[in-house]
Write a protein that binds this ligand. Structure first.
Ligand code: 5RP
Length: 217
């Protein structure tokens, strides 16, 4: 099976968590695109969905799902999203698609976070995938200097503006042995909106697609 088939497989497996007549939290990315396709095929009727990006919002609307403002709900039972890296404690790096801030908000609002990914995303230590940091444009160079001091090589994501009107700095070469500490430290800096570490609120369940099928971790 190639990567696309593995994404479809985990997307299908995630359907078991989706309850009809509920409001679902939906993430962003190519794996989530497969999840939205699987949702359409399942015929499960949702009350609505809170989306983590304009991209997913559009795709959800196309399949007839009502988009709900997070401010209008007290909380969500379930959030389904992909990841760029997953470590053995279910700490994640996310934000390859640039939706990290809204993803972190929706994950935080959800009782259960089900992460769907193919097995190429499993790592022993986070950091091989460049860590995305969403930054207010005026703080770009200030934050870049601090990230460099942390030991990373910083690259501005050229030509990319987030759904929130900010820029992304991708930090290459970090070996993230204490994800909670690094997540908290970077998030304290003025001008940082958030970074792509999901360690303070990691995934609860990971569905991992591999050549032998889907493993539930
Ligand atoms: C988007 C994300 C995605 O979940 C992550 O990039 C994984 O994407 P894909 O499913 O396309 O591999 O964090 O901001």
């Amino acid at each position: 099976m190639d990567a696309t088939q593995l994404k479809k497989l985990v997307a299908q497996a995630a359907m078991q968590y989706v309850q009809p007549n509920t409001i679902l939290g939906v993430g962003t990315g190519s794996t989530v695109d497969c999840f939205i396709d699987a949702l359409a095929e399942s015929g499960i009727q949702l009350t609505g969905a809170v989306s983590s990006s304009i991209r997913s919002e559009k795709k959800l609307r196309e399949i007839g799902v009502t988009i709900v403002d997070l401010n209008d709900v007290a909380g969500l039972a379930l959030y389904v999203d992909g990841a760029d890296e997953i470590d053995p404690a279910f700490n994640l790096v996310k934000g390859g698609g640039g939706a990290l801030t809204r993803e972190k908000i929706v994950a935080d609002a959800s009782a259960k976070f089900v992460c769907i990914a193919d097995e190429s995303k499993l790592v022993s230590t986070l950091g091989a995938f460049p860590l995305p940091v969403e930054v207010l444009p005026m703080a770009r160079e200030l934050v870049a200097r601090k990230l460099t001091k942390l030991g990373g090589t910083v690259k501005l994501r050229e030509g990319f503006i987030t759904d929130n009107g900010n820029v992304i700095l991708d930090v290459h070469g970090l070996k993230i042995t204490d994800p909670k500490a690094i997540e908290a430290e970077i998030n304290h800096w003025p001008g940082v909106v958030t970074n792509g570490l999901f360690a303070l609120r990691p995934a609860d369940v990971c569905l991992i697609g591999g050549q032998n099928g889907v493993r539930t971790l």
